[in-house]
Design a protein around this ligand. Structure first.
Ligand SMILES: Cc1cc2nc3c(=O)[nH]c(=O)nc-3n(C[C@H](O)[C@H](O)[C@H](O)COP(=O)(O)O)c2cc1C
Length: 367
């Protein structure tokens, strides 16, 4: 078994174990809906066993970056249909990563200019990117009321149903990288004293309720969940990451989802590198392996050799590639033939058009 061998995910056989990691590209249209260029980009990458889309807000409060495509209006559902049709025509499988940024937002994104939502009124240190691409200091968020929580959980369920209407094969709950479910999980942010704060059983409640809402909407066999136990992106910290994530991984595994996606990356943005951050030891996927009964996907700085090593050791069942898949639409063919990889251009990660998006070269066709 290697990275090019098939894998069963949620009752469906995928043609290889090279997954496209979710990558925000900030290229939606002015209605925050996907369009033809986005469909071409995903279609180009359809030979990867599973495409996990860029993070996609479940409601208007879930946005925190310019031009990110949502999944809560009819125009967005129709835009995503262009994408899923294109990927399916090319024989691919595609899950939508469902997102709520929580405090990683600004009043400029929020309905009626309100403060962004967070489990507690704990601002983060870094600046926020505004809709017009300028930067501003992160505002103090509003601690969510129980009504805010119920409403948001309902919106996860609605987004799951919209994902099916849009033709997705499944959804990935974005529980990683310091966004809303992760803000609930970690005690560096969550200072609540009610049923959603304090002991880990309470801090995990929001993520598990969101996952249950998605199981109700799409079924467990169409649900993946992404976690980042080693991540410090978005000013995140936890006093005991092994215990925190050990608990949530076991509870999610009990739901028998399509897969769990546990990234080893410390920063979600490859620009910041993957050097160990002092005081925060990365936890390898192998630590969680014995707790995970469903397929386990991992990610973070993988080469072909490292990917096959992880699969052979049984530390993961498939590997998600971010930067390499952005720069190499035919990553699978390059792995198959041992061809060199294109170099990525990080200046075109976020925003813009075709450049650095749909114009990365394919290998010449030799047969
Ligand atoms: C441009 C860019 C956008 C990203 N957007 C997302 C995202 O929307 N959701 C997410 O969970 N991770 C996101 N990430 C993190 C990647 O999924 C991945 O974890 C990271 O790039 C490390 O994997 P790699 O070494 O294979 O690139 C992004 C990374 C990059 C470089």
């Amino acid at each position: 078994m290697d990275i090019l061998s098939p894998i069963d995910i949620g009752g469906r056989t995928l043609r290889n174990r090279v997954f496209f990691a979710p990558c925000t590209r900030c290229r939606a249209d002015e209605h925050l809906a996907p369009h033809a260029l986005n469909a071409l980009y995903y279609r180009q990458r359809a030979s990867m066993g599973l495409i996990i889309t860029e993070a996609t807000p479940i409601n208007s409060e879930g946005h925190g970056y310019p031009r990110t495509p949502g999944l809560y209006t009819q125009a967005q559902i129709e835009g995503w249909k262009l994408v899923t049709d294109a990927v399916h025509e090319a024989g691919g499988t595609i899950y939508c990563q469902l997102w709520h940024v929580g405090r990683v937002s600004h009043n400029a994104y929020q309905p009626a200019g309100a403060a962004p939502l967070c489990p507690s009124a704990t601002p983060r240190k870094n600046d926020v990117l505004l809709p017009d691409w300028t930067k501003a200091p992160a505002p103090t968020p509003k601690a969510m009321t129980l009504d805010d929580i119920r409403r948001t959980i309902d919106d996860y369920g609605r987004a799951g149903r919209n994902a099916l209407l849009a033709g997705f094969d499944g959804v990935e709950l974005h529980g990683a990288n310091g966004y809303l479910p992760d803000q609930f999980l970690r005690d560096g942010v969550n200072q609540r004293t009610d049923d959603y704060g304090g002991p880990i059983e309470n801090r995990a409640r929001f993520m598990l309720e969101a996952a249950h809402a998605l199981v109700d909407a799409v079924g467990a066999s169409r649900l993946g969940v992404r976690l980042s136990p080693s991540g410090v992106f978005n000013d995140m910290a936890d006093s005991n990451p092994k215990a925190t994530y050990g608990h949530v991984v076991q509870r999610l595994s009990d739901m028998n989802p399509a897969y769990l996606h546990i990234t080893e990356a410390q920063e979600s943005d490859a620009k910041h590198g993957r050097a160990t951050i002092p005081g925060y030891e990365p936890i390898p996927a192998s630590y969680f392996r014995p707790m995970v009964k469903c397929p386990l996907v991992t990610n973070g700085g993988f080469t072909l050799e490292k990917a096959n090593h992880y699969l052979r050791e049984g530390w993961a069942d498939s590997i998600a590639f971010g930067v390499a898949a952005i720069a190499n639409p035919d990553l699978v063919e390059r792995f198959r033939t041992g061809a060199p990889l294109n170099t990525v251009d990080p200046s075109t990660f976020y925003g813009g058009g075709e450049k650095g998006y749909t114009d990365y070269p394919f290998l010449p066709v030799t047969r």
